[in-house]
Design a protein around this ligand. Structure first.
Ligand code: UTP
Length: 275
């Protein structure tokens, strides 16, 4: 059984880059071929042995709750037909996982969304998945890789990948010392720096394992840019205490929060499935 039992999905953001599609549906429900983004995230958590799923939702996100539930009428309708098996993957998720929800009433940033999720997590280490970062791997899923690393380091872990050096203003970066292959002890984190101020091009992506003290740290960290509570600011405090690992994961990430990344992910997955 995994030492990490719970995974939090902050899913309250407006998804403005996908308007008008996200006007009345959550970004997390956009499908890559036939499965919504959030399902890939839940499957990744499940593969890592995590079965308690907490989702931070907001207004207009009801479709997520309905998705991880039985749809009696539809299931009755397709029972006994060749379409029945199309629901096998969601049925398996519902058999193995429990789902809890809480709402972020005001969208005050990712750090704030994670803090809102405290009620679903309590005081234990937990994983965080941003479902719009869609990750494909050949072997272990990204969270499985990170859970293994947590067993060794017992502190917060952020997944990182190399980003383009001239686009550091689009992502958050770390500075750290290489401890082992792909493993950095982080000593600095900067949110969207201009390329000339960036300590590296190692970009943080939407997979984290957080130690439970993160909630107190977020609470005591003053709001950053635009009055939002960024998780990077809280992680920076843990990093200064030597308690953050940056992990260059094995696999490929698509930024499905952007239209280009979403289309790339769709093409990649469709081709992989038809191969
Ligand atoms: P994004 O920066 O992608 O923002 O959030 P967004 O609102 O989802 O999308 P755009 O930029 O308007 O198109 C990163 C992750 O953090 C969550 C989002 O749901 C997404 O999974 N988030 C962000 C919250 O849950 N609450 C917030 O207040 C902000």
């Amino acid at each position: 059984m995994s030492v990490i039992k719970k995974c939090l999905f902050p899913a309250a953001g407006y998804g403005t880059r996908f308007l008008p599609a996200t006007k009345a549906m959550p970004k997390e429900m956009l499908p890559i071929v036939t499965k919504p983004l959030i399902q890939y995230g839940v499957e990744e958590a499940m593969d890592a042995g995590i079965t308690e799923i907490g989702i931070v939702t907001g207004r207009g996100k009801r479709a997520i709750e309905d998705y991880f539930d039985i749809s009696y009428e539809l299931e009755q309708e397709i029972a006994g037909s060749d379409k029945e098996e199309l629901l096998n993957s969601t049925r398996e998720i519902m058999d193995r996982c429990t789902f809890s929800y809480t709402r972020q009433v005001e969208m005050k940033g990712l750090g704030h969304a994670i803090l809102v999720g405290e009620t679903l997590i309590g005081r234990e280490p937990f994983a965080v998945v941003l479902a719009d970062d869609y990750c494909v791997t050949e072997g272990d899923g990204v969270l499985t890789q990170m859970v293994k690393l947590y067993e060794k380091y017992q502190c917060s872990i952020v997944a990182i990948e190399e980003g383009p050096m001239d686009e550091t203003h689009k992502y958050s970066v770390i500075a750290g010392d290489l401890e082992a292959d792909g493993v950095y002890r982080v000593h600095n984190m900067v949110e969207k720096p201009a390329p000339e101020n960036a300590p590296s091009n190692l970009a943080i992506i939407g997979r984290y394992i957080l130690s439970p003290d993160i909630f107190d740290v977020i609470r005591s960290t003053p709001p950053g840019k635009n009055g939002e509570m960024q998780i990077t600011d809280a992680l920076q405090i843990q990093a200064q205490q030597g308690n953050v690992i940056g992990y260059r994961f094995q696999g490929r990430r698509f930024d499905c929060g952007s239209v280009d990344g979403f289309i790339d992910a769709t093409n990649y997955t469709y081709n992989a499935q038809s191969a």
